[in-house]
Write a protein that binds this ligand. Structure first.
Ligand code: ADP
Ligand code: MG
Length: 301
């Protein structure tokens, strides 16, 4: 098969591994910088051009679209979908996952356990919002944040109120969430491919930190997950319509709660922690599904 990997940087671990896994399994893989694609949105013969050439047909595309290029990246991916290239994750599913409010609302509608979460627009409503969420401690998050940047723990109602007001003053979109203290600075990353959790790791925040992101100094270890965690992760990915997802779960007193669903999960941490060939499993999923489901939209809303 001819497989296009949409990635801005061929040197990234995940990109290199995907090229390696595809080549090993006898496919032709090419890394394409999504920001250098330009398109003709014609209804009779839509085309994708790249650095002066028209891209020939690909059997499958693996989107590895960074959070900062979601808008243009998903537009390029839609163009691949228009020419019936199978996408490992569809553009609409990526768009759902990138919007934290939208994805939490979709998960809530289907009964997935979530931390109590709220959002508001007007500074006048902040006081009541905090009361509605049961008061501090609260975690305040920038909606567009990644890698733990823009995630703040506030221990008192006053601190929560001033942090929310400060973000609102900067015109930043935020959500406020119940702090799951009993998780002890740890979360579980479940790597879902299709209808299976193929690997799971526990990420533990460094001492004095509550954010477990590896980019914030967290450490990853292999973990056994419960059947409930397994089914929660698989359902969360399916509700958003993602074939491949990193589902982050907190172990709360009231069972597993989903914190976020990542549509381009990094491979380095999880392959190192579990010793599994995740890139190879992604390629195998493409082998089984490319051509069968091309162009179809899954998931809700
Ligand atoms: P990002 O998209 O920046 O990774 P997250 O929502 O995943 O943002 O939050 C970053 C980290 O902060 C999480 O991995 C987790 O360790 C911690 N965290 C986030 N929300 C909560 C919460 N409600 N309760 C406890 N810890 C949380
Ligand atoms: Mg996260």
């Amino acid at each position: 098969m001819k497989i296009a990997i949409l990635s801005r940087n061929p040197k990234l671990y995940s990109t290199r591994r995907l090229v390696e896994a595809a080549t090993q399994r006898g496919h032709e893989a090419r890394v394409i910088d999504v920001l250098r694609c330009y398109m003709n949105i014609a209804s009779h013969r839509p085309t994708i051009h790249y650095k002066g050439e028209e891209l020939g047909p690909y059997d499958a595309v693996i989107p590895r679209i960074g959070a900062s290029v979601t808008f243009y990246g998903t537009a390029v991916l839609r163009q691949f979908e228009m020419v019936n290239t199978f996408s490992l994750n569809e553009s609409v599913a990526i768009t759902r996952a990138r919007d934290k409010l939208r994805s939490l609302q979709l998960l809530a509608r289907k009964g997935i356990g979530l931390p109590v979460t709220g959002f508001a627009h007007a500074p006048d409503d902040v006081h009541d919002l905090i009361k509605m969420l049961g008061g501090a401690p609260l975690v305040i998050k920038l909606l567009e944040g990644t890698q733990g940047i823009g995630v703040v723990l506030t221990e008192t109602d006053q601190a929560a109120e001033s942090v929310i007001e400060a973000f609102m003053g900067l015109k930043a979109n935020i959500l406020a969430q119940e702090y799951i203290r009993e998780a002890g600075g740890a979360d579980i990353r479940c790597l879902v491919i299709g209808d299976k959790v193929v690997a799971a790791m526990k990420r533990q925040a460094k001492p004095g930190e509550f954010r477990s992101n590896l980019h914030r100094g967290g450490t990853a270890t292999l973990v056994r997950i419960t059947p409930e965690e397994r089914s929660t992760a698989v359902r969360a990915a399916a509700i958003l319509g993602l074939n491949v997802a990193g589902v982050d779960i907190l172990r709360s007193n009231h069972g597993p709660v989903v914190m976020e669903v990542n549509s381009s999960p990094g491979l380095e941490g999880i392959e190192r922690a579990t010793g599994k060939d995740i890139a190879g499993l992604m390629i195998q999923f493409i082998e089984r599904n490319a051509g069968v489901r091309s162009g179809r939209t899954r998931g809700q809303g």
